[in-house]
Ligand binder design. Structure first.
Ligand SMILES: Nc1nc2c(ncn2[C@@H]2O[C@H](COP(=O)(O)OP(=O)(O)OP(=O)(O)O)[C@@H](O)[C@H]2O)c(=O)[nH]1
Length: 362
């Protein structure tokens, strides 16, 4: 998902809504005071109807799927509505100013033009080029007619100076918008990073115990997970000796390689691997009953015994004891019950001599 585009869609959706009504109001003000429209009500009504339709289109509160192509198309459609409204205003205004007999409506029309151009600069600051085009559609016809009339030079000059201000305001508000967008996406990234850190183990990158407990509880809640669920609790045998013999750094590297081996051996369970203690790890196997989970545990134990871990210092042979338990709602309640059962099986594996898998219930 493109976060910046998603934010732009949200802002456009929010900001576009009310604008159309102001064009309609401006138009009604002019039409009420412009003789040609008073004399030709059908033309006046047609233009009003066009403004009504364009204003109504802005109220369509649809949101595109968060797919960049769809979001871009949605934005293009909104901008088309903005351009049509601005273009219609510019055309009607240019024509109104061109007719000498429309003096009573002229000041109001020019004030509306100034207001719409200013609003465009501040409201549609998401896209500088597009907003500039919109302002041009609103403003330039009026400017053209004012500069053509020698009697309007003062107004033309004032309008031109104001246009320069509007363009500068747009450049400023666009820069501000981009800055805000940058801060927003940086904050979002940081929040995601902290979330990731709060649920993973810093050394191995596997889930940490706290997050694992949440997942376990969720999968053990009736109706949430699959009906069969097995848990493997694994404890590296005599890990203290590795630390004592080779040092803590080698012990750490060993834990990292052990976690990698887990990822290789349990590719389907990648989301359910955790380091739950110093040299204690857990694997959740949704959809696997006791015998299948036992086989998976036995395969892992054998792979470790037969294929030593590769460290920078050389290959390190080690063994692991594993306790396996499967969800049995009649005997255990929730994640705690399943964890206790697997822990009991692990305890047996340790006390019966290590380097083995024990299952609960047998
Ligand atoms: N290098 C390293 N060692 C750790 C870490 N966390 C725990 N340990 C060590 O793991 C060892 C665990 O020792 P014990 O609980 O006696 O277990 P063990 O030596 O594996 O013996 P058994 O489990 O009974 O087979 C201790 O020496 C801890 O210091 C860690 O993050 N890095």
């Amino acid at each position: 998902m493109d976060l910046r585009l998603t934010q732009e869609v949200a802002d456009t959706r929010e900001r576009i809504a009310l604008g159309g009504l102001f064009y309609l109001a401006g138009w009604l003000l002019i039409a009420a005071n412009a003789p040609v429209y008073v004399r030709n009500p059908l033309l006046g009504a047609l233009i009003a109807a066009a403004f009504v339709v364009l204003a109504a289109l802005r109220f369509l509160r649809t949101t595109p799927l968060p797919v960049p192509e769809k979001q871009q198309r949605w934005l293009d459609q909104r901008w088309l509505i903005v351009y049509l409204t601005a273009g219609l205003w510019g055309a009607v205004l240019g024509w109104t100013l061109a007719e000498a007999s429309f003096a009573p409506a002229r000041t109001a029309a020019l004030l509306c033009t100034i207001a719409y151009a200013t609003a465009m600069a501040h409201t549609f600051s998401m896209r500088r080029g597009r907003a500039l085009a919109g302002i041009a559609l609103i403003y330039l016809p009026a400017l053209f007619w004012l500069w053509r009339d020698p009697e309007q030079r003062i107004n033309a000059t004032a309008m031109t100076v104001y246009l320069i201000y509007v363009v500068l305001a747009l450049i400023g508000s666009h820069a501000e918008y981009q800055r805000r967008l940058g801060i927003d996406s940086e904050l979002r990234l940081q929040r995601d990073r902290y979330e990731e850190l709060s649920r993973t183990d810093g050394l191995t990158g596997l889930d940490n115990r706290r997050h694992f407990s949440h997942v376990l509880d969720r999968l053990c809640t009736p109706g949430e997970g699959e009906e069969t669920l097995s848990l493997l609790l694994m404890d590296i045998d005599h890990f203290k000796r590795i630390n004592d013999e080779y040092g803590h750094a080698v012990g750490d590297a060993c834990l990292v390689r052990f976690a990698e081996r887990m990822r290789q051996q349990f590719p389907d369970a990648d989301r359910y691997l955790a380091r739950v203690g110093g040299e204690e790890f857990a694997v959740l196997l949704p959809g696997r009953d006791g015998p299948r989970a036992f086989r998976a545990a036995e395969d892992f134990r054998k792979s470790l015994a037969e294929d030593p871990l590769t460290l920078r210092e050389g290959r390190l042979r080690m063994s692991v004891s594993i306790g396996v338990a499967s969800l049995d709602p009649a005997r255990q309640t929730g994640g705690d019950g399943l964890y206790r059962a697997a822990d009991g099986a692990l305890y047996r594996a340790k006390s019966e001599g290590r380097d083995r898998v024990c299952r609960e219930p047998v």
